[in-house]
Write a protein that binds this ligand. Structure first.
Ligand SMILES: [Zn+2]
Length: 195
């Protein structure tokens, strides 16, 4: 994929996930790994912007070690988390991190979120939780990347979710799907516990 196509995809998906309420306020970030002149690079949203407002100048091109190659704004505070996931997974080229309300509600409870239909392969009956570390920390990045060696989606305890895919659209649709799984389970818990 050419760099300009990558940037256009990041803009389109940023707007999509905002409208789906996966990244409320200025939260959340997305990235794409791509090849440019034979070199692996990552395009990622900048920090401190609502995803509905992401335009060309808000997509920062970085090297796989995190150094900024193009763009004069600060890349997302979760940049190291994205890079750490890519490092372990050759099959992943797009990542979405968000704070959708139902999934994040589960992350703040002791209720496990069950997997429902829609997965190619059931690896685990529950979506795993990554133990809490502060947002943007190396611990959070390392723990998430370790768990995502075998998982395409994880829940960050007391924080939100991270979804990955072969491309960014796949990652976004997985995040959207998981938020709907969480909503469905919340509704079923509520209906089953009321009289
Ligand atoms: Zn976050």
């Amino acid at each position: 994929m050419h760099k300009n196509e990558v940037i256009d995809e990041i803009i389109a998906i940023s707007h999509y996930i905002y409208l789906k309420n996966l990244v409320p306020g200025k939260s959340g970030n997305v990235s794409v790994r791509f090849k440019d002149d034979g070199t692996q690079k990552v395009a990622i949203t900048r920090s401190g912007i609502s995803k509905i407002n992401v335009g060309k100048e808000d997509v920062i091109i970085i090297g796989t070690d995190g150094n900024v190659l193009e763009g004069n704004k600060k890349p997302s505070s979760e940049t190291f988390l994205h890079l750490s996931i890519y490092k372990n997974r050759d099959d992943i080229n797009g990542i979405v991190h968000g704070h959708p309300p139902y999934t994040t509600g589960f992350s703040m409870s002791d209720k496990p979120l069950k997997r429902l239909e829609g997965f190619d392969e059931i690896k685990n009956p529950f979506i795993p939780y990554v133990k809490y570390s502060p947002p943007g920390s190396d611990e959070l990045a390392n723990d998430t990347a370790e768990m995502m060696k075998k998982e395409d989606v994880v829940i960050l305890k007391n924080h939100g979710l991270v979804a990955a895919g072969f491309n960014l659209e796949e990652a976004a649709l997985l995040a959207e799907f998981i938020e709907n799984v969480a909503k469905t389970q919340f509704i079923s818990h509520t209906l089953n516990s009321s009289d």
